[in-house]
Design a protein around this ligand. Structure first.
Ligand SMILES: [Zn+2]
Ligand SMILES: [Zn+2]
Length: 292
């Protein structure tokens, strides 16, 4: 039982932080800077959780931020719950075309490791990911036995499903609450926050996309943020992006016309990835390292 619980918790953290810190806060939003060896290790947790190519993942996510709950959003519940949960994965029209990658993910294309994990044929990309994931599980089986293998699979499955819940449940008005009057439907949902290592504070995230911290108070438990603080304490993380204190106060709670211009750029009606990246740069200017 001890082995099962230990491997389950370790797997939940390894795969969870691999997605939340690795794929999301680090690669998608550049919320922190860490040494390259550590970046690869953390990202490996997401890759070994069947998340596929980091380049394709980040491209989809950046487009989601630019077109949130609007035409072109890859996984908005406006197209139905199943579509936002997992259905979009099976709809090629919601994938960011590879010819747009140089505009949407130019930073990741410069990295040879991420390029190697993103061959031109999508089927090959998933075959590589599946093979690596299976080999990883065979190693667990050989080194730790079947109990550890089951524990790892359950930990990975929890995180795999939790990531889908963020895309779907955290954009459905009947769930959770909002701290900021963003122009999308994003919500803070506590149980998704717990399951998904802090990613359920999704309204906060859409208000401040490049903030390394999603849970903005002690009540909004964000284990990924505490992991980032640990890395900082160990001297491994720097340039940690956070909202300015003033923006946390006035970051969108008012709905008056005079404040509409202060709404997060991701909410504005933009047409495509080029405009999206311009808005991404605009958001960067609203954030400052270590502001709180
Ligand atoms: Zn979202
Ligand atoms: Zn994001």
């Amino acid at each position: 039982m001890l082995l099962f619980l230990t491997v389950f918790v370790a797997s939940w953290l390894y795969h969870g932080l691999g997605i939340t810190i690795g794929y999301h806060r680090l690669l998608s939003h550049r919320s922190i800077k860490i040494p390259r060896f550590l970046e690869y290790f953390i990202v490996s947790g997401g890759y070994l959780c069947f998340e596929g190519s980091p380049i394709a993942w980040v491209a989809t996510h950046r487009v989601h931020h630019k077109l949130t709950d609007k035409e072109g959003d890859p996984h908005s519940p406006r197209n139905g719950f199943w579509h936002s949960f997992a259905g979009w994965l099976f709809s090629p029209e919601y994938k960011t075309p590879k010819e747009q990658f140089p505009v949407v993910v130019p930073d990741l294309l410069r990295d040879p490791v991420y390029r190697a994990l993103d061959p031109s044929n999508p089927k090959t990309q998933w075959l590589i990911c599946l093979t690596v994931c299976v080999v990883f599980r065979l190693l667990i089986l050989a080194l730790l036995g079947p109990v550890a293998l089951v524990a790892n699979l359950l930990g990975a499955a929890t995180i795999f499903i939790a990531a889908f819940l963020v895309n779907s449940v955290c954009h459905i008005p009947r769930f959770g609450y909002r701290n900021f009057e963003t122009a999308d439907a994003s919500r803070n949902v506590w149980w998704v926050g717990l399951l998904a290592c802090g990613e359920g504070w999704h309204n906060n995230h859409h208000a401040f996309p490049q903030s390394a911290r999603h849970g903005l108070s002690w009540r909004e438990f964000d284990i990924s943020w505490y992991a980032i603080l640990l890395m900082k304490a160990l001297g491994l993380a720097k340039d940690i992006r956070l909202p300015k204190k003033q923006e946390l106060v006035t970051g969108g709670v008012s709905t008056s016309d005079s404040d509409k211009n202060r709404r997060p750029a991701a909410m504005e009606n933009i047409e495509g990835p080029v405009a999206a990246l311009e808005k991404l740069t605009d958001m960067e200017s609203r954030l400052t390292p270590d502001a709180v």
